[in-house]
Design a protein around this ligand. Structure first.
Ligand code: GSH
Length: 288
């Protein structure tokens, strides 16, 4: 479908938001519209199919969506159920979780870098990577620190989801099982705060340098994928306001529960930056 048909709350950004298929009109738990096809409905369709977790603003998925939107790549959203086996998805893509991007009959991709590169290749909107090779390396490095295995998102997930942490009703066991697949080990939980704080400090140090040099962005003088990655992943330590992103109560308190060295490393410049990126480049409110 065309972005022009979207509700006006998307504002100017609607012109760039071009999911090409929203046939079902399903409402999410917070009543916003983000319509997904099932795997069975989507797998034979042409174009880009983007598998996303329904009912949860998983930062990897939200970032993938934002990158395709910014590059103006139309996609069909496809449903993944968090913590579930997602057998049809596995049969189609070899993946159980989200996001997964499948373009035409090409192999599915699920890694943050492969997804950003696919968006760059298919799209026509502003580039997601700096032109200068050294700046590009730095930008990819920041994205790796934010999204990569052992990075900010990965480690914060361990930090938030230690056994016994809040889970949706009756889903404690499923959550703990899922977390085994995301590196849950006692030593990983113990070491998580220092790792998270270190990454936050790296990002805020860079943002201060950039601000002193007159730039609003992490690298160079324009938006890169790493800015979008930080904006989307920042929810894990500083949830967007309920007006901008309504979260289930358990998720909001989990995201907002920062203390100790993580809290101390949460420099306001990190939040100013992510608010600017959401407002200027991604668009609010966030539906999911
Ligand atoms: N494939 C991604 C990571 C994806 C990921 O961690 N997905 C999580 C996001 S919270 C997910 O799908 N969780 C729900 C589930 O496992 O069912 C990457 O390698 O960059």
């Amino acid at each position: 479908m065309s972005g022009l048909a979207l509700p006006s709350r998307f504002g100017l950004f609607a012109a760039g938001r071009i999911c090409n298929h929203r046939p079902k009109g399903e409402k999410t738990t917070k009543g916003e519209r983000m319509d997904y096809l099932t795997v069975a409905e989507a797998r034979s369709l042409p174009g880009l199919r983007l598998v996303l977790s329904t009912g949860t603003p998983g930062p990897w998925g939200i970032a993938a969506r934002a990158l395709f939107d910014i590059r103006k790549v139309p996609f069909t959203p496809v449903r993944q159920e968090i913590m579930q086996a997602n057998e049809e998805l596995v049969a189609w893509t070899g993946r159980r979780n989200a996001p997964v991007a499948v373009y035409e009959d090409e192999p599915a991709v699920d890694n943050w870098l492969d997804i950003a590169v696919l968006a760059e290749r298919l799209g026509t909107g502003p580039s997601l990577f700096p032109d200068d090779p050294l700046e590009r390396t730095l930008a990819a490095g920041f994205s790796a620190e934010i999204c990569g295995s052992g990075g900010f998102g990965w480690t914060r997930r361990l930090n938030m989801s230690a056994p016994g942490a809040p889970a949706p009703d009756g889903q404690q066991e499923a959550r703990d099982r899922m977390m085994q697949g995301y590196g849950m080990r006692p030593d990983a939980v113990k070491d998580a705060p220092a790792r998270i704080a270190g990454i936050l400090t790296g990002l805020s140090t860079q943002l201060r340098r950039q601000r002193d040099a007159g730039s609003d962005y992490l690298v160079g003088d324009r938006l890169s994928a790493c800015d979008v990655h930080w904006a989307c992943f920042s929810q894990l330590v500083a949830p967007l306001s309920p007006e901008n992103c309504a979260l289930p109560e358990y998720l909001y308190s989990m995201f907002a529960n920062v203390s100790g060295e993580v809290g101390a490393a949460l420099d306001p410049i990190l939040i100013e930056h992510r608010d600017r990126v959401w407002e200027r480049h991604i668009g609010l409110p966030l539906d999911y």
